[in-house]
Design a protein around this ligand. Structure first.
Ligand SMILES: [Zn+2]
Length: 203
């Protein structure tokens, strides 16, 4: 019996990479890599090529920070039918998909890219605050909805932004019902989000 049996280094490296993904543990990474090993060469090449080209083909929308194709604005910013007087501030791009699925919101978005977390030393340096203030200061902007999580950090971030937004001539609101905390909004069903966004209250 070989006591310290390893997979070849190449496979170990792939497993290590996959384990950095959310929800992927050691066993899941192992299963994925062993399944990839059984792919035919064409499928393996396609996977490799897609990963290689990811960086140049997919970007953050230069306007709102959502996921966009390289050289373009995201589909929401590029849609001339959207209500440009309203900005919905979310933490992550995936939350836009959840809100869009609800079908009740027709304005624009702003992806914050982070949240205040004083306990872990995050004071919001990674947030796109400057861009948000610039967009909120535009003459067409009338309302900013802070659709952030209802947990302590989400609340702290909303209070911080509401204070900064006082210098812009906009109504600052929040969903009346409160959204699920943190990334939870990404998993909330459309009806929950629609109900939360339908009623808005002044911040
Ligand atoms: Zn955009």
């Amino acid at each position: 019996m070989i006591e310290d049996l390893h997979y070849p280094g190449h496979l170990e490296s792939l497993m290590e990479l996959l384990r950095t993904l959310p929800g992927v543990g050691k066993r899941a990474a192992e299963r994925m890599v062993l399944a990839m090993l059984k792919w035919d060469t064409e499928k393996q090449s396609t996977f490799g090529r897609l990963m290689l080209e990811l960086h140049e083909n997919v970007i953050s929308c230069p306007e709102c920070g959502a996921i966009a194709e390289a050289g373009k604005r995201c589909p929401v910013c590029g849609d001339s039918g959207r209500d440009r007087s309203c900005l919905c501030v979310v933490e992550d791009p995936q939350q836009i998909f959840a809100v869009e699925k609800s079908g009740t919101y027709h304005g624009l978005y702003h992806v914050l890219g982070g949240r205040l977390s004083p306990l872990s030393g995050n004071n919001g340096e990674n947030m796109t605050t400057e861009k948000l203030l610039e967009r909120a200061s535009r003459p067409e902007c009338r309302e900013v909805i802070l659709a952030l999580g209802a947990d302590v950090e989400g609340r702290a971030t909303a209070v911080f932004l509401a204070e900064l937004l006082k210098k812009c001539d906009v109504r600052v609101s929040q969903p009346a019902l409160g959204l699920p905390a943190g990334a939870g909004i990404g998993y909330a069903d459309g009806a929950t989000i629609a109900a939360a966004l339908a009623g808005r209250k002044e911040f």
